[in-house]
Design a protein around this ligand. Structure first.
Ligand code: ZN
Length: 490
């Protein structure tokens, strides 16, 4: 276990040496998606940022319990206390059961995450499956005197809490300032203060997603689920909590208040927040950026895209920026990422075939490169610096291939290991060309199915042709019809 790892803690606003609460075990919670639409670039960033953390901690021999939730209830429009549930709204528009919406978009989220080579979390709990835990926590908060009932709903008493515990400790906001910024919304009359937030909401008659409680038939407030499920699976205090910067306030701020009120202690030791994606320097709005799904990136089927961008290109693009930096999206940036990714993969192939050409004493030393890579990762997971070091190494690899530099067996072995560990295991980049190579058995099987599909199309049996396409898509094979024939990728 490496004790040199530092993490920028949003709570203390500085880099701190990482020390696990119960080594070698690490508890990590990351706010997952609200599943009511196609996964987009904004979903890919936190998933990949914390996949890097998950992978690196495991590489350092920590046993990580990684919990990433699925929000399937209680997240209302505009992230507010009033309005329609995002999932219920989608269900109404599509004439589906809310759980059909949840299942459909959970599946598409999983499919996109696997394409991006994001490892599955250890536990992926649903908010709707943890109503009991949420109710139990609300009761504890009520008993402790930090919440009140009003017209069948339960609200967190921010002012009362703030008398003894600073509300705003994470975001740096002050309660006094919140008064003037809280918008006047319908239903605010129920609250003592406009900045109080709902722990439990009484459901209006038309609200479909509802559970019974001693106060009313209703549903939990959005912030409750993460406090309840974090406590359930990681304990009252755990190591790392992550999420996008947009969740810092009010979501994470409220999580802290709820947990402190219920359990009497700070729930999280290291708060980590990934920065947002911008589009030509502007924050990506729902109207534009979020409208481009990951699937559209993979196929290129969106007018703002000049071409298709493979999952590994997207992953490389995200890794090329530090998780706390904004990441500016543009076709040019993605095309540069594609080139960079391909150059890295090409170097890996050259390295794989490289043979030692030196005796001891006249070889390049790969130890320094290794140290630099660890130093960068230990510096708050600095993936862009790791990538820069690995590209320096690519120059060395190519010079050895051209006979301009010499390397002995020992250094060559450690260089090969270094690239496998950092590129494949830690950065999570895999060779897509190799995966899509047609000499493997699965490759041959896919080709066989594509031939059958072509035949079916030739016979105007579009039903069968579509069936083959759908079933291949379902197992993660993406097809792209071109003039030259059908291309496929995993
Ligand atoms: Zn959350």
């Amino acid at each position: 276990m490496d004790n040199k790892l530092t993490i920028y803690n949003t709570l203390s606003k500085k880099k701190e040496a990482f020390e696990a609460l119960n080594p070698p075990h690490v508890g990590m919670y990351v706010c997952g998606p609200t599943v009511y639409g196609d996964p987009h670039l904004g979903h890919a960033r936190p998933a990949i940022a914390f996949d890097l953390v998950f992978r690196y901690l495991q590489h350092l021999d920590y046993k990580v319990r990684y919990v990433r939730n699925i929000t399937d209830v209680g997240h209302l429009e505009n992230d507010a206390d009033e309005g329609e549930d995002k999932i219920a709204k989608k269900a109404r528009l599509e004439e589906l059961e809310p759980m059909e919406v949840v299942q459909y978009y959970t599946n598409s989220y999983h499919k996109a995450m696997r394409a991006l080579n994001v490892l599955d979390p250890s536990i992926e709990p649903n908010a709707s499956g943890h109503i009991m835990e949420q109710l139990a926590m609300i009761r504890k908060i009520l008993e402790a005197g930090y919440a009140y009932e009003s017209a069948g709903s339960i609200y967190f008493d921010v002012e009362k809490y703030n008398e003894t515990n600073p509300y705003g400790i994470l975001s740096g906001r002050k309660v006094e300032e919140l008064v003037s910024t809280s918008r006047e919304l319908e239903g605010q009359a129920e609250k003592k203060n406009s900045f109080d937030f709902a722990l439990w909401k009484k459901a209006a008659p038309e609200h479909i997603m509802r559970w019974s409680s001693e106060w009313s038939d209703g549903f939990p407030g959005w912030h409750m689920e993460c406090s309840a499920m974090g406590t359930r699976y990681l304990g009252e205090q755990f190591d790392i909590h992550g999420g996008g910067m947009d969740l810092l306030f009010p979501h994470h701020e409220s999580e802290i208040a709820q947990s402190v009120a219920a359990n009497g202690k700070m729930p999280v030791r290291y708060w980590m927040h990934n920065n947002m994606i911008t589009l030509n320097g502007q924050k990506m709005g729902k109207s534009l950026g979020n409208a481009v799904s990951l699937e559209e990136f993979f196929t290129g089927e969106n007018p703002i895209l000049e071409q298709a961008y493979s999952p590994m290109t997207i992953r490389f693009f995200i890794m090329q920026a530090h998780y706390r930096s904004t990441l500016d999206f543009s076709n040019e940036a993605l095309q540069a990422a594609e080139k960079g990714y391909r150059r890295m993969m090409a170097a890996m192939e050259v390295l794989d075939k490289l043979e030692a050409n030196a005796n001891n004493g006249e070889s390049v030393d790969t130890g320094k490169l290794k140290d630099k890579c660890y130093e960068a990762m230990n510096d708050d997971f600095n993936s862009p610096v790791v990538i820069a070091h690995l590209f320096d190494g690519v120059k060395t690899i190519n010079s050895i291939k051209d006979g301009k530099l010499k390397i002995d067996q020992e250094n060559l072995q450690s260089l090969k290991e270094l690239y496998l560990v950092f590129v494949n295991d830690i950065l999570g980049l895999k060779n897509e060309e190799e995966a899509a190579g047609d000499d493997s058995l699965s490759g041959q099987l896919i080709e066989t199915l594509l031939n059958l599909r072509r035949e079916a199309k030739g016979n105007k049996d579009f039903n069968t042709a579509d069936k083959i396409r759908d079933q291949l898509t379902a197992i993660g094979v993406t097809l792209k019809d071109t003039k030259e024939g059908t291309e496929w990728s995993l």
